[in-house]
Design a protein around this ligand. Structure first.
Ligand SMILES: Nc1ncnc2c1ncn2[C@@H]1O[C@H](COP(=O)(O)OP(=O)(O)OP(=O)(O)O)[C@@H](O)[C@H]1O
Length: 230
């Protein structure tokens, strides 16, 4: 299939974010140009493209626009190394509570929060790691702590910069499904092409500083995705 640039079909769905003819970059260095992009409620989007093409740049812009309603799982995890996995996950929910409650909970977890975070950790297969400081965890375990922290934010939209890169394909698929269950919309940079096709309903391919295509995943083949990296 020859994939042409084309925005996803619009309908009566709720628009959650729109970029119109945007140039995105860093300082005076442009990275992406003429970005026209509308995200709709119910979209679960994979963003693919070669290293350095601008996936993080695009996600950061989208997060800037949706910071009030979106959880962001960045590539640089920003974990607090000396704190336990429990405390790092709890940090995702800090803004929901009074600071005094937060401090006491970080020192001695309250039963209800411990149970809630334990259930999350169970889903992510890190329940046994909750009391360990994150500097003692493997790369994949750390990545699951980051996902748990984002899930504990309890936002409506999930923005993930390669959120499952350190996980094996089975675990990665399970966690993408969990992320999608808990957020009405999501947009993730992914490198695993089969996962993008299997779990996301919309694929945005970036190439040479622009959106090369924006299509329902049913209209995109593995070869189309491979072509992004040539
Ligand atoms: N803070 C920054 N200041 C200046 N240039 C930057 C900065 N961050 C990224 N860039 C540049 O912008 C371009 C796009 O980077 P970006 O991180 O968005 O790519 P990416 O597709 O997410 O890459 P990767 O798959 O390797 O994470 C690259 O050329 C990069 O060198």
């Amino acid at each position: 299939m020859a994939v042409k640039p084309q925005p996803a079909e619009s309908d009566n769905r709720e628009v959650i974010c729109r970029l119109h003819s945007q140039q995105l970059g860093h300082g005076n260095q442009p990275v992406l140009h003429d970005i026209d992009l509308t995200l709709y409620r119910g979209d679960h989007v994979a963003v693919l493209g070669a290293s350095g093409v601008g996936k993080t740049t695009l996600l950061a812009k989208l997060y800037q626009q949706m910071a009030d309603v979106a959880a962001y799982s960045p590539q640089q995890h920003g974990l607090v190394e000396a704190l336990s996995a429990y405390n790092n996950i709890y940090i995702g929910g800090l803004e929901r509570y009074h600071w005094l409650y937060n401090i006491s909970n970080l020192i001695k977890p309250k039963r209800q929060d411990w149970l809630q975070i334990s259930r999350l950790a169970d889903d992510l297969a890190i329940a046994d790691e909750l009391t360990k400081s994150v500097d003692r965890l493997s790369g994949g375990q750390r990545q699951r702590v980051v996902i748990a922290r984002a899930l504990f934010q309890q936002r409506q939209i999930f923005i993930g910069d390669e959120p499952v890169a350190a996980l094996d394909p089975v675990q990665a698929g399970r966690l993408l499904a969990l992320i999608q269950q808990q957020h009405h919309s999501s947009i993730c940079a992914l490198h695993q092409r089969p996962l993008a096709l299997q779990y996301c309903n919309r694929i945005i391919g970036l190439k040479q500083g622009a959106i090369a295509f924006d299509q329902p995943s049913s209209a995109v083949s593995l070869d189309d995705l491979t072509a992004l990296y040539r």
